[in-house]
Structures are given as structure tokens and as C-alpha cells.
Write a protein that binds this ligand. Structure first.
Ligand code: ATP
Ligand code: MG
Length: 437
């Protein structure tokens, strides 16, 4: 199977690592990839927003399957472009239609979809310039905290949890009147604050059937104890101890089945990954958000725990035969710790040489490249806010985290920073310590 994987981050390195293990893969191209993906396939300098360039590449290299890593090409309609282009129609495509990608591309679309299919989520209202005054009144009478979300894609920065009316009104004005996030905040979703612990659940669907992948929990805040600014993700663990069979039964019955059935009933073409951003509120799951692709850094723990051939799963998805696939999962725990650049997520410099990447770290650990590049002396240097994701297996989460911390002890670059408390809720306190909350 001649495969093209789109993307260039830690998620794509983990996917490339897995795809390369498949009996089907031959060869694997990654566009544009990074120095890490180059170990598992052929990086090609394609711009993933340039559909015409992707078309030309797929034809010249006789590509048989395309797997899309990040959301942008999907929200921009790459699937629809493939289906509308004769030479590309036969290519197996892993990623939803433009309409399906709206589950991520539009918060308002996703909320309305959940309402239509009685999927549990926070109560909400949507506002634009047309009902702006009504919005201000709604904010005034709304209990605190209030959650404001830019409707469109905002690179993970479009959500405000407002602790006061002053803050809520100011953000509301910035979003709608001042176009804080451009087109993306012309419409704003105002929703109730849900209090609980979050987790990420992943499924792959063929539009009718679905397979549930291992779940994960990520850590978004830059600082220890979940303090400080939101980031793209500082780490993740899998499995999630409170995602018991009983809890996951609720997730499947109340959220996954109605979502897949809803897409099918509404004739929305969706072959690919569905990322359910959930929150556990006193034992009951609620949807915080959908993403129409795998998460990052969750992929770096979920995909290593997957034992079933990933290309086999993708082929079955494009043939609507996922009901024939048996999902096998590694029982070991996995933890990934993200090493970032000094100053991330606000401002950071690039180009620092990374040492220790060639160390012998044993089969239980993998170093996935998130933001790196090769300099003209062939050294691997930093090239992003998030630089490396160090994933390790372990008997339990504590063991996996400690193994990744040991690996990170041998890696270095100027300004390297990472959290040492990934998975803290699930690690019993040492004698004399209190349980971190
Ligand atoms: N209704 C809510 N109640 C409590 N917290 C919320 C709520 N909605 C969002 N959040 C918090 O804000 C974070 C970001 O919200 P959301 O996931 O909807 O935005 P996003 O920008 O799409 O994020 P991502 O980059 O993870 O896709 C959530 O992970 C959660 O911590
Ligand atoms: Mg999102």
C-alpha cells in the first residue's frame, strides 16, 4: 500500500512509527514530516494546504491511501476535493468530509448536532453581531464562571473561562466587535461551566461502524499542578484509571453511538478518527468538544498501545468493514512528557542543538519529534514551542512517567523545559507527601 501521511508534529511521528510497522506499508510518505518521521518513511516538502500540489504528488507517486494528521486540511475540505477530482477518487482517504469536519471546525455546529441527537454537553447559546445586545443580557444573568468559545478554529486559544462579568463582557466584545480571532469569533458560543476531570476518548469510524481506541488524559497547562497558561499539551497518559468499563459503557451508549448514528442519519460522510473531548462530572460523561483528528500529545500514548495493524484498520474503515476488525491493546500503561522551548507558549527561540537523542533508551521508550529540524551541519535543532515527546511504557502510570523522566535526564538543549508531574492524579503520594490534586 503506497501511503501518504499529512502533517509534521509529534502526532505524525507516532503515526509514521506505527504505520511503518504494518505489513501493508510500502512505501510511506510523510508531508512535510520532520527529522523523526524520516526514520520511518520518506519526507516530502508538500504544503498541506496546497490541494493542487497534493493532487499532483498523489498522481505522480501512485498513492493508494491518504491519512490526514491535523484538522486544517480537513476543515478546508480536502476530502471533498479528493472525491470531486476524478484521478483521486479511488484513493483510500482517512479523514472526514468538510461537513463532518465541522464537528471541530464550528463549535456552534457541534453543539447543535449534539442537541439534535441528545448527546450530553453543557447548555449553551450562540451569539453574533445580530443578537449582540441579547448576548450581553444573557451574560449578565449567567452563573459564574462563564465559558466563551470562538466558533471557528483558533489554534486552541479560542476558549475563555471567565471568572467575572467584567471579564466575560470584555472577552465577548473583543471576540465579536473587535474580531479577536478574525472570522472564527464572528460567532461566539456561551456555555455553562462543567466541573469535573477531563479525558480524551478516540474512535475510528467507517461512517457506520466504529472501533474505540485506548483513551488518554492530556495536560494542557504549562506549569506543575496544572497552573499557568494553556498550551497545545505538555503530556499525556493512557489508560485513564477512572475510565472503568462502567464509565466507558456510558460514554459508548450516550456519546459515541449517538454521534456515529447521527452522522449516518444526516448523511454526513465520515471515515476517520473522532476525538471526543470529554469531562467526567460525578461519574457521568459530557462532551466538551469534538476534534475530527487524533489529538497531540494523546496520539503519542494511544498509538503505541495499539497492537492491531493500523493500516489494516484504515483499509477496513475505507471499506466499511470495521465491524470485522478485532482491536488489541497493550495492557501496559504509557506516558508521554513534552519537552518545550523556553518562553513557550507565548514567545520562544528556535535553532538550539539537541543532545542525547542517540542514547540507548531501551525498547520501552520512544522519542517522538514534535518541533525539530536538521541544520546545515546535520545536527538536530529545536524548531518549535513543543520540541520532543518522550513516551514510555510501564507497569503503571507512575512507572511509565518515571521511565520517561529518566530518558529526559539524558537529553538537553538550551532552554529545555518539561513538567515532572504528568499523571499526578493517578500517582500515589510518597510517605509523608499529600496526594497532589
Ligand atoms: N463547558 C466547559 N466547562 C468547563 N471547562 C471547559 C468547558 N469548555 C471548555 N473547557 C475547558 O477549555 C479547554 C478548551 O476547550 P475546547 O476543548 O472546547 O477548545 P479547543 O480550542 O478546541 O481545544 P483543543 O485545542 O484541545 O482542540 C477544555 O480542555 C477545558 O479545559
Ligand atoms: Mg478542539
Amino acid at each position: 500500500m503506497r501511503i501518504l501521511l499529512l502533517g509534521s508534529g509529534g502526532r505524525e511521528h507516532a503515526l509514521a512509527w506505527k504505520l511503518n510497522q504494518s505489513v501493508w506499508t510500502n512505501p510511506l510518505y510523510i508531508a512535510p514530516g520532520n527529522p523523526g518521521t524520516a526514520k520511518h518513511g520518506i519526507n516530502v516538502p508538500l504544503d498541506i494546504t496546497d490541494f493542487d500540489a497534493i493532487r499532483k504528488f498523489c498522481i505522480s507517486e501512485k498513492i493508494e491511501m491518504v491519512i490526514v494528521g491535523p484538522e486544517e486540511p480537513l476543515v478546508n475540505g480536502l476530502y471533498d476535493y479528493f472525491k470531486a477530482t476524478e484521478e483521486l477518487q479511488k484513493i483510500y482517504f482517512i479523514g472526514p468530509s468538510k461537513k463532518g469536519a465541522q464537528l471541530e471546525g464550528s463549535k456552534a455546529f457541534a453543539k447543535a448536532f449534539m442537541k439534535r441527537h441528545a448527546i450530553p454537553t453543557a447548555n449553551y447559546k450562540e451569539f453574533t453581531i445580530d443578537n449582540y445586545e441579547e448576548g450581553l443580557k444573557y451574560l449578565q444573568q449567567h452563573p459564574l464562571p462563564i465559558v466563551l468559545k470562538a466558533d471557528g478554529l483558533a489554534a486552541g486559544k479560542g476558549v475563555m473561562i471567565c471568572q467575572s462579568y467584567v471579564e466575560a463582557v470584555a472577552e465577548f466584545e473583543l471576540m465579536i466587535q473587535e474580531a479577536k480571532f478574525g472570522e472564527a469569533s464572528k460567532k461566539v458560543v456561551v456555555e455553562d461551566f462543567l466541573s469535573g476531570i477531563e479525558l480524551s476518548v478516540f474512535a475510528i469510524t467507517d461512517g457506520k461502524n466504529y472501533l474505540i481506541l485506548p483513551e488518554a488524559k492530556d495536560y494542557k497547562r504549562i506549569g506543575e499542578g496544572d497552573k499557568g497558561l494553556m498550551t497545545g499539551g505538555m503530556g499525556a497518559v493512557s489508560p485513564v484509571p477512572f475510565a472503568t468499563p462502567g464509565f466507558m459503557f456510558k460514554v459508548e451508549e450516550r456519546i459515541i453511538k449517538p454521534t456515529i448514528n447521527g452522522l449516518f442519519k444526516e448523511g454526513i460522510e465520515y471515515t476517520g478518527f473522532v476525538f471526543f473531548g470529554l469531562i467526567n462530572v460525578n461519574g457521568d460523561p459530557y462532551v466538551i468538544e469534538y476534534n475530527c483528528r487524533m489529538g497531540d500529545p494523546e496520539t503519542e500514548v494511544v498509538i503505541p498501545r495499539l497492537e492491531t495493524d493500523l493500516v489494516g484498520i484504515c483499509i477496513a474503515a475505507t471499506q466499511q468493514e470495521l465491524d470485522k476488525v478485532v482491536m488489541r491493546t497493550d495492557i501496559r500503561a504509557a506516558a508521554t512528557i513534552v519537552a518545550v522551548s523556553r518562553g513557550y507558549p507565548t514567545g520562544y527561540e528556535k535553532g538550539y542543538e539537541i543532545s542525547g537523542l542517540d542514547g540507548k533508551y531501551g525498547k520501552q521508550s520512544m522519542i517522538f519529534h514534535a518541533g525539530t529540524k536538521e541544520d546545515d551541519k546535520k545536527n538536530i535543532v529545536t524548531n518549535g514551542g513543543r520540541v520532543l515527546c518522550v513516551t514510555s511504557f510501564g507497569e503503571d502510570i507512575e512507572d511509565a512517567v518515571n521511565t520517561s523522566l529518566d530518558v529526559l535526564d539524558h537529553i538537553d538543549y538550551d532552554g529545555m523545559f518539561y513538567r515532572t508531574d504528568i499523571g499526578y492524579e493517578f500517582i500515589p503520594p510518597k510517605p509523608g507527601e499529600t496526594q497532589k490534586k
